[in-house]
Design a protein around this ligand. Sequence first.
Ligand code: SF4
Ligand code: SF4
Length: 155
Amino acid sequence: MSVLKYAPEALKNLFRAPVTTSYPAKPFEYKERTRGRIEISINDCIGCSMCVKACPSSALAVDKNAGTWTINRFDCIACGYCVEKCPKKCLSMQQNYQEPEGEKTSVTYQKSPEVLAEEARKREEAAAKAKAAMEAKKAAEAAAAAAGGAEAKGE
Ligand code: SF4
Ligand code: SF4
């Protein structure tokens, strides 16, 4: 009786594809939503630190001036909050896992010298523009004040 009860299932399984894979002969395929390791396109980072503020395990550090982004992979719990919060979308959740290491160390990524130089040039350009605009405003205010003074004297 009990054999007959399971016979249909046994017959179905005879013709089903195996649910297991022949790893390592066939590489493992990670699912789309696998939470592996965080990676960064460092040259797109603007150093806003939104990822640092979002990280619940304090695994991240950012130095905007030095153009660096640091992660302690041992502290990271792969929650993905930093990826969600990054306004530049330069963080991503990779589907592979970190290599095992013997020591708890951090990994620091740094922008290329060309990108850092370009950013410094843009900052200087913006500062020069702001200074010129401020001087023009002051000159206009001084001219308006002088014109107002002359009118008051009836010149
Ligand atoms: S995935 Fe989560 S724990 Fe890991 S660095 Fe991002 S915010 Fe922090
Ligand atoms: S949130 Fe994105 S852009 Fe901002 S510091 Fe982090 S990685 Fe860089």
